[in-house]
Each structure stands twice: as structure tokens, then as C-alpha cells.
Design a binder for this molecule. Structure first.
Ligand code: IMP
Ligand code: MG
Length: 176
């Protein structure tokens, strides 16, 4: 199956996304400023690239950038196999760490990412996700910060791909 751009129904336009990200950035800074003078933000590539970039521009405190690449999906179906294809280039031991994800669906990806990061003994590890398919139970992963709750539909755009395309749409939509 392929998806035509004309068939994508917009759920969140650019302005709506940016407005929410400004709020989230403030929420995150308000939470961590009393606790630490620097925050370690982990971008889960590739889907989080735009969210990570826009979010960090809106966090008025010192942040470290960490990138990890994770593969979990083939086409639009979960393979169930989550592979972390990165090494950490900075120590996060004893630090406040926030994992930034595009979307929380089954929770398999973040469950693996959290287990991977825990072995480096951060002081505090949490999740900021732009989208949360809240009807799913997420294997016990609970985001501390959420952009939008979304229905159980396949979302596209603003980093989210369909078979590796449409990541660069400046809005988020789905095919009804
Ligand atoms: P989970 O492991 O099932 O929670 O899914 C997380 C990953 O699957 C996300 O980081 C996305 O890369 C991908 N994914 C899950 N749902 C969607 C969707 O609706 N659209 C595009 N990608 C998705
Ligand atoms: Mg992803």
C-alpha cells in the first residue's frame, strides 16, 4: 500500500505544533531548573529530529545533545525487534536525562531505549514524547511530558515517516 499526500488529513498544523512545543519547553525547564544546572536530552533518531530541534530551542536552560539511532519498524508495521545502533558519546552517569521521542505506540522502542540508558546510571531518566497513542498500555513506559494524545491511527509528518518518506511534512496528519 502507498499513501498519496492528498489523502493525508491534517491533525496538527505547524502553528499548533509550535505553540505546544513552546509550552512543553517551559514545562520541562520549570521542572528541571530547581534540580540541576544542565539537562541531558536524548534524540531518538530518526523520527524525533524535528521535535528535538524545535523543543531544545525552547528550553531556557543548559542542555547537552545526545543522539541515538533505533530501528524498530519496517514499513508501517512493528517488527517487534528493537535494535540500538549507537554508542553514547558522553557519560550520563549521575545526570538528569530526558529521552525525546516522536511517538509512543506499543512502548517497545522506549522500553528498550530506557533499559539501554539505565545501564549508564543516570540520576534521573524520563521521557518527553510529542505524540502519545494513549489507548495502548506502552509496556509500563509513562512519559513525564506529552505534546498531544492521539488516536490509534498511523501518523505521518514532522519526522514521522511512511516507508521512509513524508518525514519533512511541516504538519502531522493521518490517512482516515
Ligand atoms: P513503539 O515501539 O510501538 O512504541 O513505536 C515507536 C516507534 O515506531 C516510533 O518511534 C516511530 O518511529 C514508530 N511509529 C509508531 N507509531 C507510528 C505512527 O503512527 N507513524 C509513524 N511511525 C510510528
Ligand atoms: Mg521513532
Amino acid at each position: 500500500m502507498s499513501i498519496r499526500k492528498e489523502d493525508i488529513q491534517v491533525l496538527f498544523d505547524t502553528q499548533t505544533i509550535q505553540k505546544r512545543i513552546v509550552e512543553l519547553g517551559k514545562e520541562i525547564a520549570d521542572y528541571y531548573r530547581p534540580l540541576t544546572d544542565r539537562l541531558y536530552m536524548v534524540c531518538v533518531l530518526k523520527g524525533s529530529v524535528h521535535f528535538f530541534s524545535d523543543l531544545l530551542l525552547n528550553i531556557p536552560m543548559n542542555v547537552h545533545y545526545i543522539f541515538i539511532q533505533v530501528s524498530s519498524y519496517a514499513d508501517n508495521q512493528s517488527t517487534g525487534n528493537v535494535v540500538i545502533k549507537s554508542i553514547l558519546d558522553e557519560s550520563i552517569e549521575g545526570q538528569y536525562v530526558v529521552v525525546v521521542e516522536d511517538i509512543l505506540d506499543s512502548g517497545k522502542t522506549l522500553h528498550h531505549v530506557m533499559r539501554f540508558l539505565e545501564q549508564f546510571q543516570p540520576k534521573d531518566l524520563s521521557v518527553a514524547t510529542l505524540l502519545d497513542k494513549h489507548e495502548n498500555d506502552h509496556l509500563g513506559v509513562t512519559p513525564r511530558f506529552t505534546g498531544f494524545q492521539v488516536p490509534n491511527q498511523f501518523m505521518i509528518g514532522y519526522g514521522l515517516d511512511y516507508d521512509q518518506i513524508y518525514r519533512n511534512l511541516p504538519y502531522i496528519g493521518y490517512v482516515p
